[in-house]
Design a protein around this ligand. Structure first.
Ligand code: ASP
Length: 342
């Protein structure tokens, strides 16, 4: 019997058309999108489809939408072998990260894909992305188990772990990278999987989490950043945690005003997370004098996680029943392959 895949259409360029009046790209509905890909009939996979009532540009995705996608997968989980989420590329890495935490015990493929050009345009990258993503979602190993039992992003011939991806280019078809984890599969004449890089199979059932706490901020450090402004930003009412996008291997200014602003936040019980703003590599707090204050203040080093993964993981852990209890050790331990232990 052929494999079955549920296609979940949320929006993004892949399903957009150019409004002849304004020239702006707008989302089309799922039916029109399917008409653009007659190949879907011949793919040899039983396809189910579901769509957001109003498909959106991924800049409008919110944590509630991440939960919505997770629930759709949870409700259909036993009926399908795999899932393909059609999604705008702009915030795809955030959604992929969030889904990897929300879908605890996942043992089936959840493949996010999209495109840089709409599916109806002649030079589109959408068809290949869509067709191969479906093929990957349906793929089984010799024992009949899912080939990729995790949340992944497929884009321009490469499959990457979802919570390791970052969007690195606004125009190129090759828009995503996985700087700190190997590519899970490459599509050429053959689909070549790197089995050692793919998460091992999990036994047990799926648990869909649905609580995310969005009382979190991201502060990207820059030379000369004013300490008083950092203090203001960290005094936002209700703030629970702030991600500090730091320099190099996790460094920041030693300026007393800046350090004082962080200290005041810590005294208010705000969790501070250290993630590098570099495109790759890991945070090593204490390596330079410029990260000693972070160690002293109990800032949580986020190893080699992406900013997207740190943000989604922090929302997930804060939303969890345990809240801030054991927040730091849970942040530092891998949940879904999002970080490499040193
Ligand atoms: N703005 C679009 C989106 O993220 C871009 C894309 O799909 O590639 O929805």
């Amino acid at each position: 019997m052929s494999a079955s895949v549920l296609l979940i259409y949320t929006g993004g360029t892949i399903g957009m058309w150019s409004d002849p009046r304004t020239g702006a790209l707008r989302p089309m509905d799922l039916e029109h999108l399917e008409q653009q890909v007659p190949e879907l009939e011949r793919i040899g996979v039983r396809l189910g489809t579901v769509a957001f009532e109003a498909p959106i540009d991924s800049s409008d995705m919110k944590p509630t939408d991440w939960v919505r996608i997770a629930r759709i997968i949870g409700e259909a989980y036993d009926r399908y072998d795999g899932f393909v989420v059609l999604h705008g590329s702009d915030t795809m890495a955030y959604t992929a990260s969030a889904l990897s935490f929300l879908l605890e015990g996942l043992s089936k493929p959840v493949i996010l894909t999209g495109s840089q050009l709409p599916i109806g345009t002649i030079r589109t990258d959408a068809k290949e992305n869509l067709i191969t993503a479906i093929e990957i979602a349906a793929a089984k190993d010799e024992q009949g188990r899912a080939m990729v039992p995790e949340v992944a992003v497929y884009f321009e011939y490469r499959l990457m772990r979802g919570n390791r991806t970052v969007k690195v280019h606004a125009e190129r078809f090759e828009a995503f990278r996985s700087p700190n984890w190997p590519v899970l599969a490459e599509a050429g004449v053959h689909l070549r999987y790197d089995r050692a890089a793919i998460l091992p199979h999990r036994t047990g059932s799926l648990r869909v989490h649905d609580r995310l706490d969005d009382r979190i901020a991201v502060l990207r450090l820059f030379p000369g950043m004013r300490g008083e402004w950092v203090q203001q930003a960290l005094s936002l009412p209700g703030l629970k945690a702030a991600v500090l996008a730091t320099f190099g291997s996790g460094n920041g200014p030693t300026d007393p005003e800046f350090v004082g602003a962080l200290r005041a936040a810590r005294e208010q019980g705000i969790e501070l997370l250290n993630v590098t703003q570099c495109a790759g590599g890991r945070v090593e707090q204490g390596r330079y004098v410029t990260s000693h204050a972070f160690v002293e203040l109990g800032v949580i080093p986020c190893a080699d996680m992406t900013i997207e993964a740190v943000l989604a993981k922090a929302m997930f852990l804060l939303g969890d029943e345990q809240g801030t209890a054991r927040f730091a050790p849970r942040m530092a331990a891998p949940i879904a392959g999002e970080l490499t232990l040193a």
